[in-house]
Write a protein that binds this ligand. Sequence first.
Ligand code: ZN
Length: 362
Amino acid sequence: MKWSWKLTRIAGIDVYVHATFFMLLAWLALSYWLVAGTLSAVLAGVGFILALFVCIVLHELGHALTARRYGIRTRHITLLPIGGVASLERMPRDPRQELRVALAGPAVNVAIALVLWGWLRASNGWVPPEQIGLAGGPFLERLMIVNLFVAGFNLLPAFPMDGGRVLRAALALRMDYAKATRVAARLGQGLALALGFLGLFINPFLLFIALFVWIGAAAEASAVQIKSALAGMPVSRAMLKDFSTLAPGDTLARAVDLTLAGSQKDFPVMTGETLAGVLTQTGLLKGLRAHGERAQVGEFMQREFETAGIDEPLETLLERLQAHDCRLVPVMRAGRLAGIVNLDNISELLQIHSALQGKGMS
Ligand SMILES: [Zn+2]
C-alpha cells in the first residue's frame, strides 16, 4: 500500500503503518489538548490508542499465524485508522480452515480481555464498568473493554469483517463456495444499509462504517465471482500465442520499439530456444533511466520468475499472479515456451465470458 512505512517485523511478517494513522494520532492529541489542556492528558490519550493498536497487531497476527498452519503466507500487516489488515496470500479453500483463520483474530482480543480481567481482579484494580467512560477510569480496564468491543465489532456478520468470513465459511459447509459468498455478501450489504440508516439518526461515524462494509461486501462477492467464472478453465484459454520475444543481447531500444508498436508491455527473453528471463516494463524503464537505450536487455531482465504449465487451472495461476505481484507469466509446454499470460489477458477473458453469459461483472 502506498503511503505506508515499515514499522517492524514480527514472526517473519512485515508490519506497516499507513500515513493516515499518524493523522489520527495527531487529531486525538489535539482533541485531548483542547478538552483537558494538559500534556499528561494528551500523553495518556495517545498512549491508550497506541496500546489499542498493539492489541490490533496481535489480532492480525492471530489470523496470520493460524493461516500459516495451513501453509498460507501473509504478505504484510498494515495498520490503518480503522484497524488492521493482514494481507493473506489467499484464503483456505476448506471452509473449516477459513472458519478457524477468521475466528483467530477476535479470539486474540477475547484472550487479552480475559488476561486483563484476571489481572484487575487479582490486583484490586477493578472499577464497576458503569463508572467508566472512554476517557476516564483505569487504563487497563478501559483497554479490556475496548478489546471486547473490537472482538464484537469484528464478528459482525458482514465482509470485510471477520464475522463475514465466519458466516461464509459456515454457509460453505452446506452449499458451494460461490453461492455461500453471494448470500454472505448480500446479508452484509443489508447490514450496511441498516447501519447507514441508524447512522443518519445516531452517529455519523456509523455512516462511514456502513460505506466501508458495503464496499467490502461488493469486493468480496466480485472476487469470488471471478474465481468461479475461471473454474475449470486451463491456462491455455487465456494464453497469448502471438507475441514478441527479445534476446539478452538486444538493446533496450528494441524493447521500446516493440512496446510502442503493439500492446505488449512485458517480454520473454530467449537465448535460442531456451527461456532465459523476463523483461518487464518496470525493468525496461529502470534500464532506460540508468543507462539509456543502448543498454542490453540481459542486464535488466528478471532471471527469477514464475512460469505456468499449459494445463494449469487459471484460478491457481491468478492467485499466483496476485501473490507475487507479477505482470507476465511464460507458459511452458514440455519445457518449451508456448505462450504468455498476463493479468490483462485474464481480465479480457472474464469480460468475454460475462458478456456471453449475459450478466455484468465488475
Ligand atoms: Zn480480523
